[in-house]
Design a protein around this ligand. Sequence first.
Ligand code: HSE
Length: 284
Amino acid sequence: MKKVLIKVPGTSANLGVGFDALGLALDLYNEYLFEESDEYELVNFLDDYKEDNLVLASYKRVFEVLGEEEIKVRITEVKEDIPVSRGLGSSAACIVAGVVGANNMLGNILDINALIDIATSIEGHPDNVLPCFLGGLTSGFISGGEVYYTNYDISKDLFFTILVPNFPLETKVARNALPEKIDFKDAMDNLAKAVNLPIMIASGDFIGIKKAIRGAIHEKYRYPLITGAEKILYEVTDENHVVLISGAGPSLLVISDIDDEIRISNENFKVIKVKANKKGVEIK
Ligand code: HSE
C-alpha cells in the first residue's frame, strides 16, 4: 500500500498592490500523510473539517479531472501550524496537499504546471497556490484556464513578521467589501507599482518597496473589517517597517529591513516572526 507525507507552507498573498497576483511562502507548515486504504478516512482533523474536507475534496478533484478511478486513502493531519481563516493560505495549503497527494498515488503522471492549474481552479486565484507550490515570491495570472507565472527569490536583507489576530475573517466577507469599480488613476498607480514590486523584493530595495507596495484598490476597504488593525498600521509603520493586510486578512504582514522584534500594544494579535520559505511543497 502506497503512502506519502506532504509538507505545505503557509503563504501571504497580495503584498499590497499585487491583489490576486503576488504571494510569498512562509516557514509555517501543515503536514498530511496519505496512505492507500480500503476506505476514505480522515484522521486528526478538527470535527468541523470532516463534512467538507478541502484536502480530500482536492484529492478527489484530480481523479475527476483525469477521469481515473479513485484510489481510496486515509489522510492524517500530522501537523497544522498554519492558522485557519487568518489570511495565511491555509485553504491553499489544503488544496495543494490534496492535489499533490493524488498525483503521488497516481504515480506522478501530472507535471507541476498541471497541478497548479487544478489547484488554482479550486481556489479561484493563484496568489496563495503558487507560492505554496514553488516557495519564494510568485506572481501569476490565469488565462484560458491555465496559470502563467514567475517565481522570484526573496532578498535575504528582508525580514518578515506576521501579526495574527484571535478572530477569523472569511475571505468571502473580505471580498464582498471590495467595490465593483475602481478609479482609473488608482488602477494606473497600482499597475505601475505592481510591475516594480517583485524585482524590488528580490533585490532587497526597501526604499523602493515602501513606495511601491501601497496601493488604493483593496486594503482601505478591508481595514474596517479588522478591529484594531489600523491602529497597528500606524503604530508599526516607520522608516524600517511596512505593514500590509496578509491575503484577505485579518492577519497583518510586516516587512522590514532590520532584524528586530516587533512590539504592539494590541493583545488580540499574536506577533510571530517568520522566515520566507524557499522550497514550496515537499514530498517526503
Ligand atoms: N487575493 C485574495 C484576496 C486572497 O485578497 O481576496 C485571499 O485568498
